[in-house]
Ligand binder design. Structure first.
Ligand SMILES: [Zn+2]
Length: 129
């Protein structure tokens, strides 16, 4: 349905170039031993995921932004909508951040690489990019 959009690649851990091959080795973000392991290339189109040494350092900024967005959404929901105290928000935010940090880490990397790689529906293995 969303295939061809960058959101599809980010949500379903797919290659940003072809949206077919998996980006991370495991689909489970709570597999703490392997959650950060990425394929070096896409299994479908051969897209190189590690563009250069330190390429994913920039995803730390995305990770920061995603965490702030989570905090703002939680604050609006808990404090303004439900009328809960700031302390309960703070506790819930710390717990949510600890539980979701691997997910945020992975999504930040996918958002980051999607900023630089364009989707190509006709990409196949061996084709010159
Ligand atoms: Zn691919």
């Amino acid at each position: 349905m969303w295939k061809g959009t960058k959101l599809y690649s980010v949500l379903f851990n797919k290659c940003p170039h072809c949206h077919e091959g998996d980006f991370f080795v495991t689909k489970n973000p709570f597999d703490f031993k392997n959650f950060a392991k990425m394929h070096s290339n896409c299994s479908n189109c051969g897209e190189l995921f590690m563009k250069e040494v330190g390429f994913f350092y920039g995803s730390m900024y995305v990770s920061y932004g995603l965490t702030i967005a989570l905090g703002v959404c939680m604050y609006l929901f808990m404090c303004l909508l439900l009328g809960l105290s700031e302390l309960s928000f703070l506790i819930a935010f710390v717990v949510a951040s600890l539980v979701l940090w691997t997910t945020i880490f992975r999504k930040a990397r996918l958002v980051w690489i999607n900023l630089f790689v364009k989707f190509d529906a006709n990409s196949k293995m061996g084709r010159v990019k």
